[in-house]
Ligand binder design. Structure first.
Ligand code: COI
Length: 354
């Protein structure tokens, strides 16, 4: 793929690395590539980041044909910059796009584009502990039309943002509300994809949770509202009586890159991993019986996020005394150790950029 480069006149001022938060600052450049029925993917370019022109009839604004990904670039202590399993994001985006009838961006081109934008933005990759450059590839329909159909043109773009912790609480445990009324995904729907629509529909649950003082929502299955699935911005795992439980990715749950990495590590450490449906009633019962030892979310943005409290209807349980569990901490240290190049990457998961 040939990538044209357009230089920016004036670079933006870089933010203070000790207070980055999540997604507040966008870097100097963005990657864009266009797709049309006649030309396929063409005109790959890295240009100054800024507003793009859209027709008011642009299809994504009406029918939400949009998919996205999230990955990070990490600065190692030697000053090198590396990615974490970028091919998994590339492949997942192709699967999301298939479901939404959007063109696939080839895996090699996806990785090449990510490496190219990160190399251009290398001065934006922060070096403070627990910081990274969040990379957001996304695609959307650009055709101007009001009929519902597969569009004849799309844009694939990548923007980047230097980030710290996703949650304001950092690695302190978060409080999660189990949503017993609204649902996020149903069998045969788009739950397994990373499309904006999934997140749009989840905001009502998030607002409800926040009103009750909870940071995130744990979604139950859409058919029976009985089995635990995933949290708004991450997958979720439970340590029950020494075993690890997490929902299977059977169409309604996002196949997370961090989720997959954790399952590999946990199995290598000898844990029994149960990718099985777990009923919320059983989960709450385990908690009351003292068998629910740890709960943690996994995600690129959230990394490994301990859960200190779960609320289901009027039942509230506190997990591990609202403290980060031993296994959660060990997983966090191992994963981030590999990502920041502090410990050996025996899995060959990291990919050097520069
Ligand atoms: C990620 O973890 O990269 C995500 O895309 C979650 C996002 C909704 C913040």
């Amino acid at each position: 793929m040939e990538i044209r480069f357009e230089k920016r006149e004036q670079l933006k001022e870089k933010p203070d690395q000790s207070n980055l938060g999540f997604g507040k600052y966008i870097t100097d450049y963005m990657f864009i590539c266009d797709w049309s029925k006649d030309q396929g993917w063409h005109d790959a370019r890295i240009v100054p980041e800024g507003p793009i022109e859209m027709d008011p009839a642009c299809m994504v604004l009406h029918y939400a044909q949009e998919t996205f990904e999230g990955l990070k670039a990490y600065r190692t202590k030697e000053g090198k910059i590396q990615l974490f399993r970028p091919e998994m994001n590339a492949k997942r985006m192709i699967r999301s796009n298939e479901r939404l009838c959007m063109p696939g961006f080839p895996v090699e081109d996806f990785v090449e584009a990510v490496k190219a934008i990160v190399e251009v933005e290398k001065d934006w990759v922060p070096s403070e502990p627990d910081t990274s450059l969040y990379i957001r590839p996304y695609m959307f329909a650009t055709e101007s039309a009001l009929g519902v159909h597969m569009a004849s043109s799309y844009k694939f773009m990548i923007i980047c943002s230097p980030v710290g912790a996703y949650y304001a609480s950092g690695l302190d445990p978060v409080k999660i509300m189990v949503e017993d009324e609204l649902v996020r995904a149903v069998a045969g729907g788009t739950g397994f994809t990373k499309c904006g629509g999934n997140y749009a529909g989840s905001i009502a649950g998030q607002v409800k949770a926040e009103k009750l003082g909870y940071e995130q929502v744990l979604w139950l299955d859409g058919n029976e509202r009985r089995y635990v699935e995933e949290v708004g911005s991450m997958n979720i795992m439970f340590k029950i009586d020494g075993e690890i439980w997490t929902a299977p990715t059977e169409g309604t749950v996002l196949p997370g890159v961090t989720r997959d990495s954790m399952l590999h590590i946990l199995k290598d450490w000898g844990y029994t991993v149960r990718e099985e449906r777990l009923a919320i009633d059983d989960l709450m019962r385990f908690a009351h019986e003292g068998k629910l030892e740890e709960v943690f979310g996994t995600g690129t943005a959230a990394v490994i996020s301990p859960v200190g409290e779960l609320r289901y209807k009027d039942d509230v349980v506190v997990i591990n005394d609202n403290k980060t569990g031993e296994l959660t901490q060990k997983l966090y240290d191992t994963l981030t150790g590999i990502q920041w190049g502090k410990i050996a990457d025996d899995y060959n998961w990291t990919v050097e950029v520069c």
